[in-house]
Write a protein of this length. Sequence first.
Length: 113
Amino acid sequence: MAPEPAAELDLALRALADPNRRAILAVVRTGPRPVGQIAEEVGLSQQTTSHHLGVLRSAGLASRTTVGTRHLFAINTDGLAAVRSYLDDFWPTKLAALKAAIESREDDGRGRV
């Protein structure tokens, strides 16, 4: 059973709050990587990196695949959907305010932006 949308958002935001987890996501953004390579690139131990990857996986932000004996981790862009949806809700309000400000400048005769 999938978590409620609010719970999904909370998990994702908590996971993204940690700078090490954001660094890990930046590393795996370009493609799947094994834990050892991720750990080396972010400067953490493999154990610490594995812990952070577990949190990212629980939040739906990372996925793991197995190739032979290697576990490869990649970003799960679908997991970012809850965060993106939440943040996208702020844009219409801001864009509407910007439009109103520009239109009011045009209406008062200044017309310059």
